[in-house]
Write a protein that binds this ligand. Sequence first.
Ligand code: PLP
Length: 358
Amino acid sequence: MTPAAFAVLTLDAVRHNLSKVRSCAPEAKIMAVIKANGYGHGMLRIAEALQDVDAFAVARVDEGMRLRKAGFKQRIAVLEGFSCTEEFEELLTYQLEPVVHSFTQLEIIETITEVQGCNIWLKIDTGMNRLGFKPADFDLVYQRLNCCSLIKQPINLMTHFANADVANDAKTLQQIKLFNDTVDGFIGERSLANSAAILAWEQSLSDWVRPGVMLYGISPFPEVTGQQLGLRPVMELHSRLIAIKPVAAGDTVGYGGSWLCEKSTTLGVVAIGYGDGYPRYAKVGTPVLVNGQRVELIGRVSMDMITVDLGVVTEAKVGDSVTLWGETLPVEEIALWSDTIPYTLVCGVTQRVQLIDK
Ligand SMILES: *Cc1c(COP(=O)(O)O)cnc(C)c1O
């Protein structure tokens, strides 16, 4: 018997979504972003499904080490880089490619002379105001890095967008221009685009693209689903009914008694809750599929369970299958009902949920 809460991962869908990246950016090399445990899908299985990309990207050194220890030989960029000498040495040992974004890092790099051939990604902050050197510091930093025997030439150049998910956004245009102006005349491969930019900002494609969320079949845009963009969702989150009972008008359901039954109905208890990563803030009315039929969430989400109004699904019985999101119930829709973005839902699936490959 499968555990109560489990997620089915369709790896063919990952490959389909990769082909969508290729059709949007046919000239570009692909750095597949598989940080945060492959956006909650299981980093190693996703890496396995994406064997023929040009590089992987993770956020942290330990994620890159895990890939190496599992035997992956591809290039691996580490998007947060490193923050001390020890971490940088680990990076070198595992042949990971750090994003270099700060003077602290530059100074550490300059102290190391006994190693060679380290590929780095020099990041310019063109307006996101998170990681990256200011454009005004770029020339100097580039020259200093060029003097380090450790660093492989030519240096790769990158930036990251703040608003690429916003159609016709002026700030994105500014960021593209500022990046291009800053690196103009310098050699080195360029990388700007995340999923939203791959899908909506053709002028940002350049030498490398960095798709993340779209590989998992999820839309980076609010109010649009991955399926509407020609993507296929990878994760389906499932559980089952563990109790069914009548509720009478006037009864309340769940913690705080916040849901008041107005008309007698049948209630279903489903074995999934925020302890599994189902969003605590999913509102009453959030759709849930019971035997493939849509019903509504009622009452508060608790740690291990949710309650649904079985209403019209009269033949439902204990043990029946429940789908929380997937092919026929877009995770984007659940995100809207929970005042969040789909990224947080898939990343938030917890250890307790068994991941099963399909
Ligand atoms: C996470 C991340 C990406 C991928 O973003 P998506 O929106 O998931 O495509 C790309 N680049 C950087 C620097 C990131 O941190």
